[in-house]
Design a protein around this ligand. Structure first.
Ligand SMILES: CC(C)(COP(=O)(O)OP(=O)(O)OC[C@H]1O[C@@H](n2cnc3c(N)ncnc32)[C@H](O)[C@@H]1OP(=O)(O)O)[C@@H](O)C(=O)NCCC(=O)NCCS
Length: 171
């Protein structure tokens, strides 16, 4: 399997994969909106035997407290062709994303997703670390709002409300 950056000729395949993975087109449309807005911070594809079978998108999210706003990457959407799931493609995409995030010098990576899947990659609930999100409507059920901490020194010094790029607004 190969992980590489999105190329212009991949765009149709990426749309198809995100649609197939989620069984609807909202997530694929978010990827297109991010790209059109110049806000697709990182877009990686996974290839098997030369064909694209998975895709992961990253955009910059704003973390705002009373004094300042910081930007950190957020993962999503990520999708793998349903018939090719459970073969490590999702994990390979996530690990490649970790490399890119760290190489870019970011100490935090956010996502909203299934804790059962993402914990294995070191993601942890973000709410107890001082972050809130519009995606947490019930604080009793906050665990899908997660962060991967690469730089522990940021915990406590960065805190606040996390907002995805506006491309996510209608979704
Ligand atoms: C999530 C997704 C990208 C993982 O891709 P993948 O290539 O199947 O992932 P991997 O092969 O690396 O890992 C598979 C493992 O993840 C688990 N998994 C997949 N989706 C999961 C979920 N929603 N909750 C918990 N575990 C999940 C599988 O059960 C499997 O576990 P096992 O190895 O213990 O059997 C893929 O399942 C997918 O496209 N899902 C539909 C779209 C989606 O929900 N995206 C994520 C939104 S948060």
């Amino acid at each position: 399997m190969q992980i590489r950056l999105e190329q212009p000729s991949d765009i149709k395949a990426i749309h198809a994969i995100e649609c197939a993975a989620f069984g609807r087109r909202e997530e694929a449309d978010i990827v297109d909106k991010l790209r059109a807005a110049g806000a697709l911070w990182l877009s990686q594809v996974a290839l098997r035997e030369g064909a694209i079978v998975g895709h992961a998108a990253y955009s910059l999210a704003a973390i705002t407290d009373a004094e300042k706003t910081n930007e950190f990457p957020a993962l999503g959407p990520i999708g793998v062709l349903p018939q090719l799931q459970r073969r490590g493609t999702g994990a390979a995409l996530i690990e490649a994303g970790f490399d890119a995030v760290q190489k870019a010098g970011f100490g935090l990576l956010f996502l909203v997703g299934h804790p059962g899947y993402y914990r294995r990659f070191g993601f942890q609930p973000a709410l107890p670390l001082g972050f809130s999100s519009d995606y947490v409507s019930d604080p009793q059920q906050h665990e899908h709002f997660m962060v991967r901490v690469f730089d522990a020194q940021l915990i406590g010094s960065v805190r606040g409300h996390m907002r995805y790029h506006a491309a996510f607004a209608d979704s």
